[in-house]
Write a protein that binds this ligand. Structure first.
Ligand SMILES: *Cc1c(COP(=O)(O)O)cnc(C)c1O
Length: 424
């Protein structure tokens, strides 16, 4: 906490204030922009949201329902976009993953396979379902270790793999699916960082049984909070609608299985009150149409930054597989440096107004934590190879507002920091 505050104070200090306090670096390099600055909400969405607020109808369901509410339209539009039969709008991606686990029958005490390299809401969703996470190792290129997946698929007794496409890195989904099929394991995809991304021409989120997406501010579409569940399965869809909290108003969904499917589930499925509001859906609908354009712009920033960062000594960026059509909203890199050198690297970046995140930090910082910080996971094997990867893994957001000049400057700062760090 203290460290985070120190970084933030330093970063928000203007260049002139820094000069007056003598806080300048010998090379004069200074970035200072806030990489977590989001894009504005489209005007069309703002107008829609204002009209909704004037009506007061912010809840998605009405007892005398008039027409289809915004989340039902969003569900229809999003399902068409990814090519799934059903979509259910919920309150967050964490809620989507929890609902997916419950709908696949995960019960208290069950084991659920999941990725070691992921964000805290993923093991959080497993814990929420009362289950125990079994972590699958992550490779040096930030992907699922298929050998470890095969081993744990055989030994753990898990019936579900919650696969996280963390930071948009997509594992070979055909290979993952073959392993899971062989062991009777259902896949839930955490697509919080892969909205719009594909593997081998097919959208992530449609390779397994259920796909989960986020509409949190720092993902690809922004309603502050929000989530989407996609599936082709009638029983999962009916349960997701009931669990999300439709009460008995499932007819107000456009995409829904037949009445007989709801008859099977409506008396035995709890209402977890995890709906998406009309307001959130009204903000999101116009953003779906922007995904292709935003994806191109994000990947332009990624390519520019990858080129510049690639010039830094001791730094590597894994090559992406030709079948992986990713949508980058951040960039990751590995530094071949030891722990004291890494501390120095971070210090030199911070001194130049560049906030770099580190997955190997001994303590969780801001949004960033790693598996060693999740003490509620009962089974914690040493995961030595993932730990070695995370200890040298760094992360920068790539907001759409970054210019080519910004990318050059970031590259120069990182290169300077790497050189200084390597000297010690
Ligand atoms: C943000 C995030 C989530 C959770 O999304 P919320 O909508 O905030 O619940 C899950 N997985 C990953 C990889 C994320 O980055």
């Amino acid at each position: 906490m203290v460290r985070w505050l120190a970084i933030n104070i330093d970063l928000t200090m203007s260049a002139s204030l820094r000069a007056s306090t003598g806080l300048t670096t010998p090379d004069g390099l200074w970035f200072g922009k806030d990489l977590s600055t989001p894009e504005p909400i489209p005007e069309e969405a703002i107008e829609r949201a204002v009209a909704l607020m004037r009506s007061g109808r912010l809840h998605r369901y009405g007892e005398q329902g008039t027409g289809y509410p915004e989340p039902s339209l969003l569900e229809q539009e999003y399902a068409a976009y990814v090519g799934s039969r059903y979509c259910v709008a919920v309150s967050s991606c964490g809620a989507a993953m929890f609902i997916a686990l419950k709908a696949l029958g995960v019960k208290a005490g069950d084991k659920v396979l999941t990725s070691t390299f992921t964000l805290a809401p993923v093991p959080g969703a497993i814990a929420h379902a009362g289950a125990d996470a079994v972590l699958v190792e992550t490779t040096a290129d930030y992907l699922t270790d298929l050998v470890d997946l095969e081993r744990k698929a055989r030994s753990s007794g898990s019936k579900v793999f919650l696969l996280s496409h963390m930071r948009g890195h997509i594992s070979d989904l055909q290979a993952v699916r073959d392993i899971c099929d062989r062991h009777g394991i259902a896949i839930i995809e955490d697509c919080a960082h892969t909205m719009g991304a594909k593997w081998d021409g097919r959208h992530t989120g449609t390779w397994g049984k259920v796909g989960c997406y986020s509409a949190q501010t720092y993902k690809h579409i922004n309603a502050g909070e929000g989530g989407l569940v996609v599936t082709d399965d009638d029983d999962v869809a009916a349960q997701a609608i009931l669990m999300s909290g439709c009460y008995m108003m499932y007819d107000q969904h456009i995409l829904k299985p037949g009445a007989e499917v709801f008859e099977r589930w409506k008396y035995v499925t709890p209402n977890f009150s995890m709906r998406m509001s009309n307001l959130a859906a009204s903000l999101l609908r116009p953003q779906i149409g922007q995904l292709a354009d935003r994806g191109r712009r994000w990947n332009h920033v990624y390519a520019a930054l990858a080129r510049e960062l690639g010039k830094a000594p001791h730094l590597s960026i894994p090559a992406r597989h030709p079948k992986e059509e990713f949508v980058a909203s951040s960039i990751q890199f590995t530094l071949d440096l030891n722990p004291p050198q890494i501390e120095r690297f971070l210090k030199e970046c911070t001194a130049r107004g560049l906030y770099v995140k580190w997955f190997g930090s001994p303590a969780p910082v801001a949004f960033t934590s790693n598996f060693e910080h999740w003490h509620y996971i009962h089974e914690s094997p040493d995961l030595a190879s993932s730990k070695a990867v995370l200890n040298q893994l760094f992360d920068l957001r790539t907001p759409l507002s970054l210019t080519d000049e910004d990318c050059v400057l970031i590259g120069r700062i990182v290169a300077a920091a790497c050189s200084l760090a390597a000297e010690i």
